[in-house]
Design a binder for this molecule. Structure first.
Ligand SMILES: Cc1ncc(COP(=O)(O)O)c(C=O)c1O
Length: 321
């Protein structure tokens, strides 16, 4: 379905699909699975690697040689852009929002280690950060460079359309009748790509998205916009009613983005102690806390198999208390 789109292989997949039997015993659900997108060979891996395969493919097709990426100091996208550049021979420029005097730690330290040029923007919000990134791209173009701005959500979502195909194939091979998928609900490319892919393939998957960032209306708007963009880019409309299979859950948001909750801290401990899974607090632990809650409430009943996607973010563990 995606062979027309340029892609550079960064080893994003297939990632392992593993049963979580020991947590399943505690929760009373025998069919819980995890898709290990936290285990990829590129610099600690994570969901952004799948998107980067398509962003880099597009960059190369357009004759670009310099990747520009913007984010907060904890950004996985900046770290993995630097890694993808190091691996494939692009240059990389990372624009970091946040206190310009804060020392580089965790993801940001790795971005520097991976050879990206780093520019500190100071404490600017998401919109201003985007404006500054576009301005940096224009200035580079004016200076005769060929920059590519990383982050288009629709092209990035192609990585998870591909992941939906991959997971469907793995489930079929394992004779597993998957019914539920759990993912953190955030900016949207990961979730929207997988939802769109599953809709086109006619899979009977219900998506449960514990929001880690936005109110339900805003997350739904983002998903709808990216799915509409995918339909235009791929040239195939999803079947009507695709949104009926998406359940947005606000129960894990707590005090907001990046702030741990008692449930997310408990989930990090439970899945570490019984499955040796390492969950950072911004995205992943809240998604896993959601899974615990969905099983407890019966939203994911014991007779129906469920898979949670571990989206990575591993280096953040070393910055979090
Ligand atoms: C580890 C991790 N999980 C989940 C997400 C959310 O993905 P998306 O922005 O596609 O919603 C991110 C995004 O930064 C991430 O780094």
């Amino acid at each position: 379905m995606l062979s027309a789109f340029p892609r550079i292989d960064l080893g994003a997949g297939p990632t392992a699909l593993e049963p979580m039997l020991r947590v399943g015993e505690v929760l009373g659900h025998p069919q819980l699975w995890v898709k290990r997108d936290d285990c990829m060979p590129l610099a600690f891996g994570g969901n952004k690697v799948r998107s980067l395969e398509f962003w880099l493919g597009d960059a190369r097709a357009r004759g670009c040689d310099l990747l520009v990426v913007a984010g907060g100091l904890a950004s996985n996208q900046c770290r993995l852009t630097a890694a993808a550049a190091a691996r494939t021979g692009f240059e990389a420029l990372a624009l970091y929002a946040g206190d310009a005097t804060a020392p580089l730690r965790g993801n940001a330290l790795l971005t520097e280690r991976l050879g990206a040029r780093i520019r500190r923007l100071g404490p600017v919000g998401e919109e201003e950060r985007g404006r500054l990134a576009r301005r940096a791209v224009s200035e580079l173009e004016a200076a005769g460079r060929r920059p590519y701005l990383i982050g288009d959500p629709v092209r990035g979502a192609l990585g998870y359309v591909r992941a939906a195909e991959e997971l469907a194939r793995q489930a079929r091979d394992a004779r597993l009748d998957l019914r539920h998928i759990v993912l953190p609900g955030s900016m949207g490319p990961t979730e929207a790509g997988m939802i769109y892919g599953a809709a086109l393939l006619g899979l009977p998957w219900t998506f449960h998205l514990p929001s880690v960032e936005y109110a339900a209306g805003e997350l739904r708007r983002r998903l709808a916009e990216i799915v509409a963009g995918l339909a235009r880019l791929v040239g195939r409309e999803p079947p009507p009613g695709w949104l009926d299979r998406v359940r947005i859950d606000l129960g894990q948001l707590g005090e907001g983005y990046g702030i741990a909750t008692p449930a997310s801290l408990n989930a990090a401990r439970l899945f570490a102690e019984r499955e040796a899974l390492m969950l950072e607090q911004t995205y992943v632990a809240k998604a896993f806390a959601g899974l615990v809650d969905f099983v407890a409430s019966g939203a994911i009943p014991p007779g129906e198999a469920a898979c949670i996607v571990h989206t990575g973010g591993t280096p953040s563990l070393f910055e979090q208390g």
